[in-house]
Write a protein that binds this ligand. Structure first.
Ligand code: SAM
Length: 249
C-alpha cells in the first residue's frame, strides 16, 4: 500500500523544527553524500542539501518524487521500496536519513539495505513512532474520550508496523546486531489542549487518512475535528523517536 505525503501545510510547522534540531546534533559536513528515504514533500531534503553544500549530494528516494525539485545537489530517485532495492553501492553514503517512510511492507529489510549502503563511520538516522499509545487526559465526557481514543488508535495503526513501531519495536537489537555502534535514541511527546497546532495537525492527518480509517463515520470524523478545536480537551501526541547510530569501522 502506498500513501501520498501529508499536505505540505500539515506536518512541517510543528514537527520539522524538532527533527531539524535533532539533525543538527549530527556532524553532517559539506561535500558529503546523503541518502534520504521516503523524502515526501522534500522539507528535510532541502535542509540536508544546505548542510552538504553545493558539492555534496542528496539522493532523495520516494515512490512519488513529484514534489521533489531536482537540483545539482538533490537527485530525486523514484523507487517503490516494497518492490525495489535502494539505490547506491555498498558502503557509499556518508549518512542515511529516514523520517517516517511508512507504511513499508518490510521495514527491517529496508533498514538492512540502508546499513549496507552506509560507509563505515557514517550515521544512520531513523525517525519513527513508538508502540506507546497517545494519552487522553481530558475530554468533555466519556463518549468523547472513547471517540478520541478510537480515532487516535486507528491512526497509530496506519503509521506503525505490525509489531508496533514504524521500523520495529526493538531497533536496538536490529541495529546493534547489524554492525551499528554508538547508538543513541531519544523520545518526545507533547501534550496539547484542543485549538492549538497539535489539534490542527491531528485533524489534518485524520482528513488525509480518512479512506484508510474503518468504523469511523463521517459524523465521528466531524466530532473528532470539533474536539481537536476544543480548548477543554487535553491529549498527548504519539511518542516520536529519533534514533541515530554510527556504523562501525
Ligand atoms: C509520512 S510521509 C514522510 C515524508 C518525509 N520523510 C517527512 O518526514 O516529511 C511518508 C513518505 O514515505 C513514502 N513511502 C511510503 N511507502 C513507500 C515505499 N514503499 N517506497 C518508497 N517510499 C514510500 C511516501 O510516498 C511518503 O512520501
Amino acid at each position: 500500500m502506498t500513501t501520498t505525503p501529508l499536505p505540505a501545510h500539515t506536518a512541517p510547522p510543528l514537527l520539522d523544527p524538532i527533527f531539524l534540531t535533532d539533525l543538527d546534533r549530527l556532524d553532517i559536513r559539506t561535500n558529503q553524500r546523503i541518502l534520504e528515504i521516503g523524502a515526501g514533500t522534500g522539507n528535510i531534503t532541502a535542509r540536508l542539501a544546505q548542510l552538504v553544500g553545493r558539492y555534496g549530494s542528496v539522493t532523495a528516494v520516494d515512490t512519488d518524487t513529484s514534489q521533489l525539485t531536482p537540483t545539482s545537489v538533490i537527485d530525486p530517485a523514484a523507487r517503490d521500496l516494497d518492490r525495489e532495492m535502494l539505490p547506491g553501492k555498498l558502503d557509499s553514503y556518508d549518512h542515511i536519513i529516514a523520517r517516517w517512510p511508512h507504511p513499508l511492507r518490510d521495514p527491517i529489510d529496508v533498514v538492512e539495505q540502508m546499513i549496507a549502503r552506509l560507509r563505515p563511520g557514517g550515521w544512520l538516522v531513523l525517525a519513527d513512532f513508538t508502540p506507546t499509545p497517545p494519552r487522553i487526559h481530558r475530554a468533555p465526557d466519556n463518549e468523547d474520550a472513547t471517540l478520541i481514543h478510537a480515532v487516535m488508535q486507528q491512526l497509530h495503526t496506519t503509521i506503525t508496523n505490525r509489531d508496533g513501531g514504524t521500523w520495529t519495536a526493538d531497533p536496538e537489537t536490529l541495529l546493534l546486531n547489524n554492525g551499528m555502534v554508538q547508538y543513541c535514541v531519544h523520545t518526545t511527546t507533547e501534550t496539547w489542549t484542543g485549538g492549538g497546532p497539535g489539534g490542527r495537525l491531528v485533524t489534518g492527518v485524520v482528513t488525509h487518512r480518512r479512506p484508510h480509517l474503518t468504523g469511523i463515520t463521517d459524523a465521528d470524523a466531524d466530532r473528532f475535528a470539533a474536539l481537536m478545536a476544543d480548548p477543554t480537551v487535553l491529549l498527548s501526541s504519539y511518542e516520536r523517536r529519533f534514533i541515530h547510530a554510527r556504523k562501525g569501522n
